[in-house]
Design a protein around this ligand. Structure first.
Ligand code: ADP
Length: 373
């Protein structure tokens, strides 16, 4: 970039003061001067000029509008505004509108003008660097989201295509079981048959969960009016067997009527409630409280349990796919449930997280945006 200065100033005396102030500081620019905004906007070339000194009061524009219009036409320009009045407020607004510094003309000295130009150039450099970094980050995020989409597509195809061979395996296991009843097998073969059979069952659960995970987000949400109290009643009916089996005590507070995808929200409640039952404290019967409150325009739901709890250091990690804190012998599972919940809630514009329950156990929270129509 050359050592050229673009001076936009209609007043000859003021222009002279600005140039001579630079000269007396031994700073020599090739100066191109324009006297109106229109002329300035059409003549400016960012490749040529290093700095723009822009008077705010021109014959065809005055005040903050002058910066706004110049900046809009040339967002890459390094602009220092010249203010006639010692008006801090206009100067600050000028900074917000794209200028990098300002000089009150009645205070113009060689020291002030050289310092201001130096500061403006430095700020411009830092800003450009920052913008480049932001662009780089945005590009990386875009690449990441693209590779996430590809991974999800892969997970979908893989889990979808694995269903058929798995079905064949299950069918042939049944054939083998029929043809080879346990009394005709030695211990080793009996164990092998049991192992194949339970592995196939586990694989079926894993593939179904993975398929479900990759399906969320593939189809758009069906937003409709939903009475969350009725929805949880249905969920508790679905989980009736699990609830009765461990005599879980479930209390449901007053739950609101909201707009959401009912099927998806039901999945979230099912996952969270069945986790509260699964990860119960072996010493006591599960106690689960379900509540809701409004926060501004949004809704916050809360599910408290008195289960085994989750160490704080894992509070983030459990929402990532396949992240489990136990072996499948201790607690069966695939580590996919909470990642499905997270996806569903984020599709509803909300957030999901866990905290330690004050009494004992965990408190899961999630929000749903109140303006989904
Ligand atoms: P899964 O239950 O199949 O392992 P999830 O994604 O539902 O998968 O849960 C991830 C992990 O978070 C679980 O393995 C468990 O360690 C922990 N977790 C989830 N819910 C609870 C809960 N209510 N209490 C204690 N731990 C929980």
């Amino acid at each position: 970039m050359s050592n050229d200065l673009f001076l936009v100033e209609d007043d000859d005396d003021h222009a002279e003061i600005a140039i001579s102030s630079l000269h007396s500081a031994k700073v020599f620019y090739n100066v191109v001067r324009k006297k109106s905004l229109e002329e300035a906007v059409s003549a400016y070339d960012n490749e040529v000029f290093e700095i723009v000194l822009l008077d705010l009061s021109l014959p065809d524009s005055s005040g903050i509008e002058t910066v706004e219009r110049f900046y809009e036409a040339h967002p890459d320009a390094t602009i220092v505004v010249l203010t006639s009045l010692n008006d801090q407020e206009v100067a600050i607004r000028a900074l917000k509108s794209g200028a990098l510094d300002y000089i009150p003309k009645d205070e113009l000295t060689s020291l002030l003008i050289t310092r201001s130009i130096r500061y403006a150039k430095e700020r411009k450099r830092a800003l450009t660097e920052l913008n480049n970094k932001i662009d780089e980050l945005a590009k990386k995020e875009e690449e990441l989201s693209q590779s996430n989409k590809e991974l999800e597509q892969f997970a979908y195809t893989a889990s979808h295509d694995l269903q058929a061979p798995l079905r064949h395996i299950s069918v042939y296991i049944d054939v083998l079981k029929k043809e080879l009843p346990p009394e005709r097998l030695n211990d080793e073969l009996k164990n092998a048959m049991g192992f194949i059979s339970s592995s196939a069952d586990k694989m079926k659960i894993l593939i179904n969960d993975l398929l479900e995970f990759s399906k969320v987000g593939k189809t758009s949400l069906t937003i409709e009016h939903c009475n969350v109290h009725d929805l949880t009643t249905e969920v508790l009916e679905i989980l009736d067997e699990e609830i009765k089996e461990c005599s879980a005590e479930i209390t449901v507070g007053e739950l609101s009527e909201i707009s959401c995808d009912k099927g998806r929200l039901s999945q979230v409640f099912q996952n969270l409630i069945s986790n509260s039952i699964k990860y119960r404290n072996p010493e006591t019967n599960p106690k689960i409280d379900i509540n809701c409150r409004s926060i501004g325009a949004d809704w916050q739901f809360r599910i408290d349990d008195n289960g085994i709890g989750i160490s704080e250091k894992y509070h983030e990690r459990i929402f990532h796919i396949f992240k489990r804190l136990h072996t499948s012998t201790a607690y069966p599972g695939t580590g996919i449930g909470l990642s499905i919940c997270k996806k569903i809630i984020e599709l509803h514009g909300g957030r999901i997280w866990v905290e330690n329950n004050n009494a004992q156990g965990s408190s899961f929270f999630f929000t749903i945006r109140g303006d989904l129509a």
